[in-house]
Structure formats: structure tokens, C-alpha cells
Design a protein around this ligand. Structure first.
Ligand code: ARG
Length: 414
């Protein structure tokens, strides 16, 4: 009896070729696992495609709600943006796919799991590191990294083996998408000086064709998560979709960046994530209103670390778990409503309110109702500046004393 491998199956050319290739060259029985995180497509059709390619079994797992509620919510609470821009669309979904791969391997009694990533991207790192953390005894295979087929050769292999893949020239782009956004790579985008062509966008309109009237949206948050739009309570995933549609229709949410991949290269990446960006914007703003100053500062520093961990495949690390515990603690205060204004290519916060607001009108106002203790400010400022004043005095005294022997060359101090 052949040994078994559970393959993370997408339904695309590479993983379909991998089904047959693993069987043919490695003598493995292949179980194709399609984890639906909201990438779209006819999952039943793709399941059949895996069977037709020669899989022993093929299964679709609907992980959309799990992805929304266990991964995207955490990323939002963390305002997670890699290099301050990328909301981690693909990076967030890989650990969840791995969780299901590991479970399926256990269920099917498979010693091997496989993914279809190439050797250049981040996703191979995320797959293998996540699987190592979840199930250290599994052996991970990366057929597409090993076989060294170009896209044409893979097509040729598919044709030769009669694999059920359409032979129409595939889109020149590599696309990965889910609830949190859409990533577009390759093709002309590889030239970082070329403007992304119009035909790559699906979730955003051209900003120049945005409605002429701005739209306003009130987003209500409970414990750091959005729960209602304009007073209408919505489940998280539906709420994200609703915000995405609206903001996207105004041409908001396009990202065009040079990104540092884990494997050491810089790449040009294009994303559209109107829902993610608008919600992070609103959420972060509510934190400005409701989080105490030092807590807010520390959280902002840790958010960077959080985004890096997720990006670099370290989701299942004790540090990410500890950071989530910290964030859960901060988010108990993040309740209230943020008002955003959506116009051509932009989403801006124009209002915020909260029962837990730390903004006190009587302290902030310049009017007669001012309750701020101006007298106390006088003493406070004196003491606040005392270290610098002391330092400046000492410096002056030092400058007046005769020069010593030592000197720091190149350091001009006058
Ligand atoms: N650069 C992004 C990331 O590393 C997007 C990856 C998209 N993956 C893909 N197979 N097209 O998260």
C-alpha cells in the first residue's frame, strides 16, 4: 500500500499537476484538501478536478467563518499592517490552511503533507513553519519547488497526462484572495515603474469614476471589533464585505508597494483591500479616543511586531499568543462609534464618540468652562524641563573651563 500525502489544493495548474506528479513520481496516494477561506470559485468543481487528476480523495473545508472570526478579527484588533501598508491578506490565511492540513493528515493517517508554493515566496515559509509548529512529526513536501517546471512545462505536463485543466492561456497574474483583500502579482507588475493596468482590479473602482456625492458611514465597535454599520448589527464577515463594497466603489483601498519578502528579496506587490484598510483606520482612531496614553503607545509598538510575526510565518508562536492576550486586554476599552467620510479614493475619519472616551471637553476646551488646572501646569512645566535646564547650565560651565587633552575627531561641538 502506498503512503499518503495530504495536499493543500487550490484547483490551479500547479496543484493539479502536483496531484498527478506526487502519485506518479513519489508513489503517494494523494488526498487533496481545498480549504475555502473565501477565495471564491466553484469549490465542488475544483474538488472534482482533483479527483479527475488522480486523487484518492478530495475534500472541501469551508473555513470562511473560522478565518473571519479567529484570524481576521485578531489582525484588525492589532491594526496589523506589514511595512505599514499591507494588511496581511495571504499571510493570515496560511496558518489556518495548515491547521486543517494537519488535522486531515491525522484523520487520513498520512505521514506527508504537501503545498504548491514555489521557492521564492513567503507562502512556503508560512506553510512549513506553521506545520512544524502544529505537528512537528509531519513530513512536508513542496513538489512545485522541487520539480523545476516552468509554467509552460507544467502546462505541457497537464496536457500530456490529460489533466482537467483548461488550456486557455491563464491570466498573467498570480492572484490570492480572501475576505480581507486581494493580492495581485507577476506579469507587467514585475516592473515597479509601470502603473498597474486597469484590468487587474476587481474590488475597487477607478477613483475617478467614484460617485460625486461623498458617503458617510458610522461604524460601531464593541471590545475592539466592529459590530454595526449605521446602527444595523451585522456578523463580522458580512460587515467587512459591506464596508469593502462601499469603500471599494469609491476607489479606495488600492495598495502598490515594494515589499520585503522573508526570503530576502524585494518585490513589487499590488493589493486591493478597501474593507481591511477602512476598518483598521476607524479602529485605530477609536483607540486614540479610548486607550490611555502609555497603553496606546506600547500597543502601537507591539503592532509592528505582530504584523511581522504574521508576515514571517510565525503565527503559531508563543509571542503571537502573548501579544494577543495583551491586545485582548487593551480592547476591553475600545467601545464606541467612528464616523467616516468616503469620497473619491479616500476614507477619512471625521468623527468619533464613546461612552468610554478619555476625551474630556472640560479639560480640552479653550472656553469659559475650562476646568484644566493652569496653575498646576506652571509647576509641571518647570519640573518637566528641569533635566534639560540642568544639562544646559553644566554644558555652559564646561565650555568655559580650559580645554582638556582629549578630543573626538570629526565631532564638531560648538
Ligand atoms: N506578497 C504577499 C504575501 O506574501 C502576497 C502573496 C500572494 N500569494 C500568491 N500565491 N499570489 O503575503
Amino acid at each position: 500500500m502506498s503512503e499518503r500525502v495530504v495536499l493543500a489544493y487550490s484547483g490551479g495548474l500547479d496543484t493539479t499537476v502536483a496531484v498527478r506528479w506526487l502519485k506518479q513520481t513519489q508513489d503517494l496516494d494523494v488526498i487533496a484538501l481545498l480549504v475555502d477561506v473565501g477565495q471564491g470559485g466553484d469549490t465542488e468543481l475544483l474538488r472534482k478536478r482533483a479527483m479527475d487528476a488522480g486523487a484518492l480523495d478530495a475534500q472541501v473545508i469551508d473555513a470562511r467563518e473560522e478565518y473571519a472570526n479567529e484570524y481576521v478579527t485578531k489582525a484588525l484588533a492589532a491594526n496589523a499592517l506589514y511595512q505599514d501598508r499591507y494588511p496581511l491578506v495571504s499571510a493570515l490565511s496560511r496558518p489556518l490552511i495548515c491547521k486543517h492540513l494537519a488535522e486531515a493528515a491525522h484523520h487520513y493517517n498520512a505521514r506527508y503533507v504537501a503545498h504548491g508554493c514555489t521557492g521564492k515566496g513567503n507562502d512556503q515559509v508560512r506553510f512549513e513553519v506553521s506545520l512544524a509548529a502544529l505537528s512537528p512529526d509531519l513530513v512536508v513536501l513542496a513538489p512545485c519547488r522541487g520539480w523545476g517546471m516552468t509554467r509552460e512545462e507544467a502546462m505541457g505536463y497537464a496536457m500530456q497526462h490529460n489533466l482537467p485543466i483548461s488550456m486557455t492561456p491563464a491570466s498573467p497574474y498570480s492572484i490570492d484572495e480572501n475576505l480581507w483583500g486581494r493580492a495581485i502579482e507577476c506579469g507587467v507588475l514585475e516592473d515597479p515603474f509601470i502603473e498597474p493596468p486597469d484590468d487587474i482590479w476587481e474590488r475597487t473602482s477607478d477613483p475617478s469614476s467614484a460617485p460625486s456625492e461623498p458617503a458617510y458611514l458610522e461604524i460601531e465597535f464593541r471590545r475592539g471589533l466592529p459590530v454595526a454599520l449605521d446602527g444595523e448589527a451585522l456578523p463580522f464577515s458580512q460587515l467587512v464585505e459591506r464596508v469593502e463594497k462601499l469603500a471599494g466603489s469609491y476607489g479606495y483601498g488600492r495598495i502598490d508597494m515594494i515589499e520585503d519578502r522573508v526570503v530576502g528579496i524585494k518585490s513589487r506587490e499590488v493589493y486591493e483591500a478597501p474593507g481591511a484598510l477602512a476598518l483598521i483606520e476607524a479602529h485605530a482612531e477609536l483607540e486614540h479616543l479610548t486607550l490611555e496614553r502609555d497603553l496606546l503607545r506600547t500597543k502601537r509598538e507591539l503592532e509592528r511586531t505582530y504584523a511581522n510575526l504574521a508576515y514571517e510565518g510565525l503565527w503559531f508562536s508563543p509571542l503571537r499568543e502573548a501579544l494577543d492576550a495583551f491586545i485582548q486586554s487593551t480592547e476591553q476599552y475600545v467601545n464606541g462609534t467612528v464616523r467616516v467620510k468616503i469620497e473619491s479614493g479616500s476614507v477619512r475619519v471625521v468623527g468619533r464618540r464613546s461612552a468610554a472616551s478619555l476625551y474630556e471637553m472640560s479639560l480640552a476646551t479653550y472656553d469659559r468652562d475650562d476646568a484644566f488646572d493652569h496653575k498646576a501646569a506652571e509647576g509641571f512645566v518647570k519640573l518637566w524641563g528641569l533635566p534639560l535646564k540642568t544639562w544646559a547650565r553644566a554644558r555652559r560651565a564646561d565650555a568655559a573651563s580650559p580645554p582638556g587633552a582629549g578630543s573626538w575627531e570629526g565631532v564638531s561641538e560648538k
